[in-house]
Design a protein around this ligand. Sequence first.
Ligand code: PEP
Ligand code: MN
Length: 338
Amino acid sequence: MIIVMSPGATEQQIEAVVKKIKEYGCEANISRGVERTLIGAIGDERQINQELIDSLSGVEQSMHIVKPYKIVTREWHKENTVVDIGGVPVGGKTVQVIAGPCSVETQPQMDAAARAVKAAGCRLMRGGAFKPRSSPYAFQGTGIEGLEMFRRAADEQGLPIVTELMDVRMLDTFLKWNVDAIQIGTRNMQNFDLLKEVGRVNKPVILKRGMSATISEWLMAAEYIAAGGNHNIIFCERGIRTFETAYRNVLDVTAIAVLKKETHLPVIVDPSHAGGKAWMVPALSRAAIAAGADGLLVEMHPTPCEAWCDADQALTPEELFDLMGELGGIAKVIGRDI
Ligand code: PEP
Ligand code: MN
């Protein structure tokens, strides 16, 4: 950590900072300039409480040198990590498309969806049995029954399943139904108790970006999971909130490049919740793959106009099939396949 003292800081103020640094088990390196004195804290500076240092008199500002996250950073782990979801590798040469309906509705709907996911050439299926809805009066999901329907439909097609966990009390049920990857939604990205619990199990976790979360907050949320021992984490950019109202969220393509640099873990993109309209999904998907995303999470419904949730953004089975063909071309250009 580097601490910048205010111009005119007294010797006592400098000494007080040095004393505090030593209390945290670090050494202090003092550098006296013409106008300001800089104090370098050497050692495990993650232990230092920055807010406390900033509150000491004579301190102008302080900054950490090392990142607040260690397991998820590429700093100590240069190679890309490949996360295995039920035998399907995410983060390798092959771009993986996880497709399926926003929510699990009925057995015939899930059976038709699973057939369409398979026919399009996707290897993983999505579907929410527990839905985080803005209104308490909106459809909340089919719950445990939904998990059962999902498992049955996906097993028929040999597809591993991805589904959202909102409540830690459902974790054992998810394990019982052998959910292949646990999705943590945008609203729960900073539900630290939930993150700690999924950090204790040996299941891949797809961590969506909080709708107003910074990259650093997102990385630290992943670190919560990793710190518990579960390193099978996949980041999912799903659009962030801005002043724009012409679409549901703004797909932050820049985040893909930044995350690929900052972390060794796979990064995927959800173009459906970003745009919020089915017609935007192909363009956003192309952009995501071209920018280096390792996969996509796409909503598709056998009959979108009958969907119980997010009907407007669901692709038809035919649209998903066409999209997969189109994305093959983009993947090839950047040396990947799909
Ligand atoms: C979803 O994928 O079904 C979902 C609710 O997404 P998000 O958490 O990104 O809104
Ligand atoms: Mn949805």
